[in-house]
Ligand binder design. Structure first.
Ligand code: ADP
Length: 396
């Protein structure tokens, strides 16, 4: 009997020990569950925060934004993209937007290729699209530039109309001044001087009007480039001949070192215009010395083109595509910090230099060179001189 009681007691003790272990385990389990729950609460809080931040972003960013995955399927977008009708989650980007250009921009970004902004038309509006890669896809941001384009067109039309309207009275004034000068033999020297000044001012105004109207024509694409296989040597030579009297008056030599056989694929009239503007400036800003027009040898051209490629706005040009023409003077030079600005409309480095001019010559040259798919730039040392370089397409 005592034996049975002892065994039962032992069993009870063992059961009690097991129970207490189970109890301990249950306590630990419930602690772990509480911790998990806390973590879940925090994560879902963060998720909610993320979601509402995304929604706020969607509301505040007025530019349509589209996220695509690595297969270029739309995974998310903001309200602006939705309003534009391109937010078709789950569809391919091309199905959603029907834009081959946007699709190829996304493809380039995903493949890690250049991600320069592109202008493209979508739903009758003009957008500047930018794509950036992220882990698992890309994000596309579309900036609506239709209004900017419209304003640009309005500005060009306005300038074109004004310059057209100014032309007739200016020609009349010029003729009247000529007639007056021819028929006024007995006016005083002071009156003679005033008359000369009036003629100079009328000429400056006529040049400004002429250049403004040319610039607007080129900017609006109304001056199409006639690309011909032509002799570069000849074009340089005619530009130099036309400015020879001016250079001689200033006591400057102009040298054409472009090889006679050198040809290219370009609009001869327009490239002559570029050269005239550069030579005209070189004469104005060179007190003494000489002006040389040359073509860079391949190795040096390659070095210059590498610098162009390194620039984020640069072009991917190689010596197989283009020649580089240079116009070098031994003049006053241009301060380094001014160099990036000289191609802007109406920009003059130092108005006190008082060299006349409209500030439009380089802007016109830039447009013409860019219409040939090229670039124009300058290097300069103050007091030593300036070299302008521009690209010309090779003959092929
Ligand atoms: P402008 O009609 O005044 O010559 P451009 O657009 O041709 O207008 O040139 C802009 C400015 O750049 C000039 O006013 C001048 O200050 C500077 N510049 C251009 N070419 C040269 C040069 N060869 N040497 C020094 N300064 C120059």
């Amino acid at each position: 009997m005592i034996g049975v009681i002892a065994v039962s007691f032992l069993v009870v003790i063992i059961l009690l020990v097991r129970l207490s272990r189970t109890f301990d385990e249950m306590t630990r389990l419930s602690d772990a569950m509480r911790q998990l729950r806390r973590q879940l609460d925090t994560t879902s809080g963060e998720l909610e925060q993320c979601q509402s931040a995304k929604e706020a972003l969607g509301e505040t960013v007025f530019d349509p934004v589209v996220f695509v995955d690595d297969d270029r399927r739309v995974v998310a977008c903001n309200n602006a993209a939705d309003r534009l009708g391109i937010c078709k989650v789950g569809h391919s980007l091309i199905e959603a937007t029907r834009s081959y250009e946007l699709d190829s921009l996304a493809g380039d970004a995903i493949a890690g290729r250049a991600e320069l902004p592109r202008e493209l038309a979508l739903h009758n509006r003009l957008f500047r699209a930018q794509a950036t890669r992220f882990e698992g896809g890309a994000v596309l941001v579309l900036r609506d530039v239709s209004e900017l384009q419209r304003l640009g067109r309005a500005r060009r039309d306005f300038v074109a109309n004004i310059s057209h309207e100014l032309r007739t009275p200016l020609t009349a004034m010029s003729l009247l001044l000529d007639t007056f000068r021819a028929e006024s033999a007995n006016i005083t020297p002071a009156q003679q001087r005033l008359l000369g000044q009036m003629q100079d001012q009328t000429e400056s105004l006529t040049q400004l009007v002429q250049e403004l109207s040319e610039l607007t024509q080129i900017e609006s694409g109304q001056m199409p480039m006639r690309m011909l296989r032509a002799s570069l040597h000849e074009v340089v030579s005619t530009a130099i001949t036309r400015l020879l009297p001016q250079a001689e008056r200033a006591g400057l030599r102009m040298i054409n070192t472009v090889p006679e056989a050198q040809r290219g694929l370009f609009d001869p009239d327009q490239i002559r215009r570029v050269l005239s503007n550069l030579l005209h400036n070189a004469i104005k800003f060179t007190p003494q010395g000489q002006i040389t027009v040359f073509v860079l040898a391949d190795e040096e051209a390659d070095r210059q083109l590498q610098k162009l490629r390194a620039d984020p706005n640069g072009l991917d040009l190689t010596v197989e595509d283009v020649l580089i023409v240079g116009v070098r003077d031994t003049g006053v030079g241009i301060p380094r910090e001014e160099l990036p600005r000289i191609f802007e409309r109406f920009y003059k480095v130092d108005r006190a230099r008082g060299q006349g001019g409209t500030g439009l010559g380089l802007a016109i040259a830039k447009h013409i060179v860019e219409a040939h798919g090229g670039r124009i730039w300058a290097e300069s040392t103050l007091g030593k001189g300036t070299t302008f370089y521009f690209t010309v397409p090779r003959e092929e």
